[in-house]
Design a protein around this ligand. Structure first.
Ligand SMILES: [Zn+2]
Length: 113
């Protein structure tokens, strides 16, 4: 029997989802995680921060998840030299928007661009 997961949408309030309606993204390198779902009430994609207790609960519920690979942080400048700066908030927002725009994160992660 599948467990229902209760969360909130900023517009619709409480929403009840099945585990496969969510995607958990765990970024151990930046120590930040989030989950996303398409709200059944307003059809908007909702992205919410997932502190460790939420990550644990969603993992326990066997919610589909994606781990950000370490390669994401291997940045190089125009000359190919490693860039050691950490990702900024803009970079993280870009990643969230990129993930929100696709249902196929495997294809996204393996795309060569
Ligand atoms: Zn909604």
């Amino acid at each position: 029997m599948a467990a229902s997961i209760t969360t909130t949408c900023p517009r619709c309030g409480t929403v009840v989802l099945e585990r496969e309606d969510l995607l958990l993204v765990v970024d151990r390198w930046a120590d930040v995680s989030w989950y996303q779902f398409d709200c059944v009430g307003c059809a908007r994609r909702i992205v919410k921060e997932a502190p460790e207790p939420v990550v644990s609960a969603l993992s326990f519920a066997d919610v589909p998840s994606f781990s950000v690979p370490a390669e994401v942080y291997e940045r190089r400048d125009g000359a190919g030299r490693p860039v050691t700066d950490r990702l900024g908030a803009d970079d993280l927002l870009d990643a969230v928007l990129l993930l929100a725009g696709t249902d196929d994160v495997v294809a996204l992660a393996t795309a060569s661009s």
